[in-house]
Design a protein around this ligand. Structure first.
Ligand code: DGL
Length: 248
């Protein structure tokens, strides 16, 4: 009986982690988590055909998330990371309700650490329209608005530029300046990247902000949370070799 139980755990632990985003932004999360958990294997799905999610209805995004979840479950994944703030805001509750046998972890803007770190009392959040309008975000900001002034900026157009590969273009730099200058004028010292596409722009953001803001990477908390949940559910990879990665 004990041997059977041990094999059962090992079989599950050896499965891959599923991870998805509206496009290639979630790769910034995959990279971070894969470095943090090097023995795990990953199956990544980027829904670039339907990107951006930010201005789509919750119903549309939820339908896409269900579709992708079924695809990943068919590939026999053991755990799913929703590497998209917008998809998390629209669909994580519905996913948890509909697939109770699998654990999901989602993204939410790192307002708590930003509030704790801020010295000026001003934090900036750059995210999509979909993330700002979600209940998760509203609840989160309610908790901290007494301690810091939160400045919201919708990064309209940034996801499209990332999907087109225009990571260092003049057009991208100009748009980022338009979003970041008002935050600099407000004395923001912590910048929360509330969309997984935005870490691709970190070199440009650093060029523009010239060290005046500390940038909070969206994947930091997710990597730790993923490890905790894998351990808690006894599905942390037991192999000692490097994991494999498959991308769709
Ligand atoms: N990477 C997604 C996020 O984290 C982008 C959303 C979109 O496709 O608009 O919100």
């Amino acid at each position: 009986m004990v041997v059977f139980f041990y094999f059962y755990i090992m079989l599950n632990a050896n499965k891959s982690i599923g991870i998805f985003d509206s496009g290639l932004g979630g790769l910034s999360v995959w990279k971070y988590v894969a470095e943090f958990l090097p023995h795990e294997s990953f199956i990544y799905f980027g829904d670039s055909k339907h990107a951006p999610y930010g201005d789509k209805s919750d119903a549309f995004i939820t339908e896409r998330c269900h579709h992708i979840t079924r695809f990943l479950l068919d590939k026999n994944v053991k755990f799913i990371i929703v590497a998209c703030n917008t998809a998390t805001a629209a669909a994580i509750e519905s996913l948890r309700e509909n697939y109770p046998h699998i654990q999901f972890v989602g993204m939410e803007p790192a307002i708590k650490p930003a509030s704790l770190l801020s010295k000026t009392g001003h934090i900036g959040v750059l995210a999509t329209h979909g993330t700002f309008k979600g209940e998760l975000f509203k609840r989160n900001q309610e908790k901290y608005k007494a301690y810091v002034k939160i400045h919201y900026t919708e990064g309209k157009g940034l996801v499209e530029l990332a999907e087109q590969g225009k990571i260092y273009s003049e057009e991208t730099e100009n748009l980022l300046r338009q979003y970041l200058h008002p935050l600099m004028e407000k004395n923001v010292d912590q910048l929360v990247l509330g969309c997984t596409h935005y870490p691709l722009f970190i070199p440009l953001i650093e060029k523009i902000t010239q060290g005046s803001m500390h940038i909070l990477h969206p994947a930091d908390a997710i990597a730790k949370r993923t490890k905790d949940l894998l351990m808690q559910h006894r599905i942390l990879q037991t192999r000692k070799n490097h994991g494999e990665n498959i991308f769709f």
